[in-house]
Design a protein around this ligand. Structure first.
Ligand code: FAD
Length: 468
């Protein structure tokens, strides 16, 4: 095969890589994107194939089933439902249909922007050349600029390697039957999103977490409603507990819990969700000898690595490992290569847990702001006092706004409650635009909506809340 020469070579077709390629194509650059496909994702990467989208589809289906079961049991809205059942294989087919539509949409968008797609595993030969193992033989690609976007993969636990009953989120999103008993190792967002979904589908779920509470990277106030809901769903949560191996010929997890005798948790499936690691191995990264930032590729504010004209975006470059961060970095790199003066500013990156209830954070928490030396005003508004939340039967949770005490500049917004993921954009916009409490308080919010809780939280920060 003749070598391919291009201005830009993008390695990896996840949110970081494909968005970079589309933007570079829009800017008239000659782009080649290499994607290896396979279980961990074709075009769209982890996010579209085995991450954000399939998990949210499963969470939605589990929620719908759970509501139907609840209606059948007690008909709180007077809706009569006869004993609902779920055909998980059909649910997976529906989820796969959504994934298929989105991933083929990415392919169409790339073609529309004249991005050449090469399918196969890329190995870097040097900072300008890679060799791709394609179905029809090796293909060499040379480019002026290389964008590394190889993403991340589920990190295994030494004591519980993947295989057999021990699965990662990827396999959990394609189970055709609901396990009777599911052990989830790790109470971060991935473990809790999937654990909650399986509990709603009828599995007996036990969560095993090494920290002293669930969602340890979120502040305790935000995690509390989620813990209450897990309890209501009869999910057992073992904190200060470590999964140290398999027991009973693989039918149970052996657990060491601080202050408690050793125990085992019987499980038909064991979901290890203790974290993800950057995908650094197996593609010749060592030949580039890039400066590292711990377990990630070091990049500067333009996403430039330590080698000239080699760029890196997305999970490969560190936390927060989120699709929207990867996409934003991808856009920056394409524009920098096209000659624009751009930097990636990660100060306002919303994070959402699609747990029950959902959790959103943007910017600083009150404690983080205080630790940064700020005196703050904090306004919190409970969904119990929000009409829309009551009509949705979802009064758990609140919106919390943190602002500087001196000039009322909003430093952070957080919320926990049903459907609050849809408020993330409004929260991020407020921070990005440098809003003050008065700006949010002076904005007319539609009634009845959950967004009114944001309005009222800002008013409360000013001591002027109307409905609490
Ligand atoms: P990836 O999406 O991992 O893409 C990298 C791509 O590179 C892959 O397609 C891979 O096949 C390809 N590749 C790697 N090496 C090579 C090679 N040598 N040659 C060719 N191709 C290669 N994030 C959110 O923002 N919101 C969520 O709700 C959310 N939910 C998640 C749920 C789950 C269960 C998981 C696992 C993740 C979730 N994430 C979520 C995280 C999100 O998926 C990642 O942050 C995002 O996909 C990172 O994008 P990326 O482009 O850096 O890498």
């Amino acid at each position: 095969m003749a070598d391919i020469a291009a201005k830009v070579l993008v390695v990896g077709g996840g949110p970081g890589g494909y968005v970079c390629a589309i933007r570079a194509g829009q800017l008239g650059l000659d782009v080649v994107l290499v994607e290896q496909g396979g279980l961990n994702g074709g075009l769209g990467g982890t996010c579209l194939n085995v991450g954000c989208i399939p998990s949210k589809a499963m969470i939605h289906a589990a929620d719908a089933f759970h509501h139907a079961v609840r209606q059948a049991a007690s008909a709180p809205f007077g809706l009569r439902v006869e004993r609902p059942t779920i055909d998980l294989a059909r649910t997976i087919e529906w989820k796969d249909g959504i994934v298929g539509r989105l991933t083929s949409g990415v392919g169409t968008l790339l073609k529309r922007h004249r991005v050449k797609i090469v399918h196969g595993h890329a190995g870097m030969l040097d900072g300008k050349t890679c060799r791709v193992e394609t179905d029809t033989g090796p293909q060499v690609i040379r480019a002026e600029h290389v964008v590394l976007a190889t993403g991340s993969e589920a990190a295994p636990l030494a004591a519980l390697p993947f295989g057999g009953k021990v699965i990662s989120s990827t396999e959990a999103l394609s189970l055709h039957t609901v396990p009777e008993r599911l052990a989830v190792i790790g109470a971060g967002y991935i473990g809790l999103e999937l654990g909650t979904a399986f509990a709603k589908l009828g599995a007996k779920v036990t969560v095993i977490e090494a920290a002293d509470r669930i969602l340890p990277v979120y502040d305790a106030e935000l995690a509390r409603p989620v813990a209450r809901r897990l309890q209501a769903l009869r999910v057992d949560v073992l904190t200060r507990a470590k999964a140290v191996g398999l027991a009973d010929e693989g039918g149970a997890v052996q657990v060491d819990q601080e202050g408690a005798p050793k125990c085992t948790v019987a499980a038909d499936r064991i979901l290890v969700a203790t974290g993800r690691r950057a995908r650094l191995a197996g593609f010749g990264l060592e030949r580039l000898d890039l400066t590292m930032n711990g377990p990630f590729v070091h990049v500067d504010e333009r996403c430039a690595t330590s080698m000239r004209n080699v760029w890196a975006v997305g999970d490969l470059t560190g936390e927060p490992m989120l699709a929207h961060r990867a996409m934003a970095q991808g856009v920056v790199v394409a524009e920098v290569i096209a000659g624009h003066r751009r930097v990636f500013d990660g100060a306002v990156i919303p994070a959402v847990c699609f747990t029950d209830p959902e959790v959103v954070t943007v910017g600083l928490s009150p404690d983080e702001a205080r630790r940064a030396g700020r005196e703050v005003h904090v306004g919190t508004f409970p969904f119990q006092a929000n009409g829309r939340a009551l009509t949705l039967g979802a009064e758990e949770g609140f919106v919390r706004v943190t602002a500087r005490a001196d000039n009322h500049l909003v430093l952070g917004v957080a919320a926990v409650g049903a459907g609050v993921s849809e408020l993330a954009g409004a929260f991020a916009l407020a921070l990005e635009m440098g809003a003050t409490l008065e700006d949010i308080g002076g904005t007319i919010h539609a009634h009845p909506t959950l967004g009114e809780a944001f309005h009222e939280a800002a008013l409360r920060g000013l001591g002027e809340a109307l409905h609490v």
